[in-house]
Each structure stands twice: as C-alpha cells, then as structure tokens.
Design a protein around this ligand. Structure first.
Ligand code: FO1
Length: 306
C-alpha cells in the first residue's frame, strides 16, 4: 500500500503517476487553502486531485474543470459581487453539493469519498483533517487568506509571514493516520512546501506519526536549482527564511522524512542532503507528459522498495 500527501496543482502529476503503479493509492489532501465563497465551500486541492484522476482537470491551469463555462460567475458580476476567484459552472456544482452535504451533517472525509465514487476515481482521496485549517499570508497590506494573496492580489507583494490558523488544535483524519501507518511507502508530493505540505505537517499528530516512520517517507523535490518548477514555492521558502532549493527543503522536512528525490541538475546539493542523514536519489523530476509522470512515480517506488 502507498500513501501520498498531496497539495493540488504541484502534486497531481506525481499522484497520477503513482495511481498507474497502484490504482488503490491513498491520497491525503491538504485543506489549508479551502475557501468560503458566496456561502460555498471550495476545496481546491481535493478538487484538483479528484478532477485530475477523473481526467476532468483543466491541465493548462492545473485547477478547475476543463472546458468549463462561467455563466454563474458572470451573473454574480451583474449582481455586483467580486468575481476574482474564477469558479466555473460545473465546478460550482461540486462546491454547492459539498456545502449542502456539510449542512446535512456529513463530514469532509465522507463527502470526498462520495466525490470519488461519483467521478469514478479508484484512488482513496481523503482530507488530512476535518477541522478547519486556514493558511494566511501577511504582507504590507495586512493578513489575508492564501487565496486572496495569490489570486486576488496575484501574489505580488512581499510575503512577511505565513500562519496556519487552527492547525495547532486540528484533529487528523483517523483514516489518513491509518493509511500512513499501514503503507510500505509514504510519499510527500512535490507540492508547495509552505502552503501545500506545510498545513498538513503542522498538525501535531501527523508530524508525530511521520517522524516515527521517517525511514519509509520519501519527498519529491518541487525545485530545480533556486526556483520552483511551477508556482510560488521558492518565494514562500525565502519568506520563511529557508534556502529556496532542495537542500533547504531537506532541512525543512528533516523531522518527518529521510529519503529525497531531487533533479539530476541538483547533484551537488545531493551530497549536502546526504550529510543531513538522508538517502538522496537523482533523476529528472519535471513531468511534461504522462510518460514522465509514470517514470518519476516508478523511480520513486523502485528506490524505496530497493
Ligand atoms: N487560481 C488562480 O490563479 N485563479 C483563480 O481564479 C482560481 C480559481 C480556482 C477555483 C477553484 C479551484 O479549485 C482552484 C482555483 N484556483 C485559482 C487555484 C488555487 O488558487 C490554488 O492554485 C490552489 O489553492 C493551490 O493549491
């Protein structure tokens, strides 16, 4: 059994590759960027994983449903609402149904299971926690939700701080803990270390569990050199005072992980990472097509299974 801890856009490609290796893979999803919009509960990372596995994802953007329409949003604009967060019509049906199910007493874990069934996704996608955790960013404009920082203000301002509100009191999803415990390999996907993996690793019970099993935990780097393959990971790492490269990542994950897959171009960092006590494996980590997704997932599992 394999379990992967995943964010959204940066993680889905590796998750897809892992599903090719093992269709029943457990995917533990971040919830820190979940966002309430017009009274609807939007769960970007869960949705990116489920849509990605159901072949419904808009691959170019890495979020939302491909070929979606925006009639609902256009009407909200007519009503004078803010429309900077672009939820499409089919995507909105997901948020609306999820919100109704929450109001009817279902928890996010059950709702996500229901989604997997509806979209015929064989993998076991689950939220890391049913408690609300909110990733908040501080800039010179003040403190705001991650989605406001990244989407509304286009991530322009210097990041002064990152907070995970509610993480200290959050209870983990027991199914996620069991999945990690029962798995032969636990993968930390190449999601943003601060905003995708960060909220999950801030949950005390998740961190404790991973630290007990760190020999079987492997992280796949989302960085080559000093830059992220995509998205703002390097910017957030620098803001958190961490070197924005695979070595900085290894230091961040040192309590919970002892294996790391890095790019061949980061060979020199591999030596420093090994000095931290890691096993480090080098390969091409960019995933430009399905063959590359499968190859990287296969490589990760081969190293871990020995
Ligand atoms: N990202 C954007 O850059 N602009 C958007 O308008 C936007 C809308 C959106 C709607 C639903 C959804 O599930 C994700 C959406 N995202 C959008 C992506 C999201 O902001 C982040 O990339 C993730 O939260 C990070 O994992």
């Amino acid at each position: 059994m394999i379990t992967v801890l995943a964010g959204g856009t940066g993680s889905i490609k590796l998750v897809r590759g892992l599903v090719t290796q093992d269709p029943k893979v457990n995917v533990v999803s971040n919830v820190g960027d979940n966002y309430w919009l017009y009274g609807l509960y939007v769960c970007p990372d869960i949705d990116t994983i489920v849509y990605g596995l159901a072949d419904m994802l808009d691959q170019d953007r890495g979020w939302g449903v491909k070929k979606d329409t925006y009639n609902f949003l256009r009407q909200m604009e007519v009503f004078g609402e803010e429309t900077w967060f672009r939820i499409g019509d089919r995507d909105t049906a997901t948020h609306l149904t999820r919100t109704n199910m929450l109001k009817n007493g279902k928890n996010l874990a059950d709702i996500t299971k229901w989604m997997c069934e509806k979209f015929a996704v064989g993998a076991n996608v689950m939220p890391v926690s049913d408690s609300g955790i909110e990733t908040r960013i501080t800039t010179s404009k003040g403190e705001m939700h991650l989605q406001e920082y990244w989407v509304k203000y286009r991530g322009r301002d210097e990041v002064e701080g990152i907070q995970y509100v509610g993480a200290d009191k959050a209870r983990p999803n027991p199914e996620a803990i069991n999945a990690m415990h029962d798995s032969e390999v636990v993968v930390l996907a190449p999601g943003n270390p601060l905003t995708s993996m960060g909220p999950m690793l801030q949950i005390k019970a998740v961190k404790k569990e991973l630290s007990k099993m760190k020999k079987k935990v492997v992280a796949v780097s989302p960085l080559i050199g000093d830059e992220a393959i995509s998205g703002p990971a390097a910017k957030y790492m620098r803001a958190a005072g961490v070197e924005s490269n695979a070595y900085g990542l290894a230091k961040m994950y040192a309590d919970v992980c002892s294996n790391m897959v890095i790019d061949t171009r980061d060979k020199a960092l591999g030596r420093k990472i090994r000095d931290l006590g890691y096993r480090a494996f080098e390969t091409r980590i960019t995933m430009k097509n399905k063959a590359a997704e499968d190859a990287l997932a296969g490589f990760v599992l081969k190293q871990m299974r020995g």
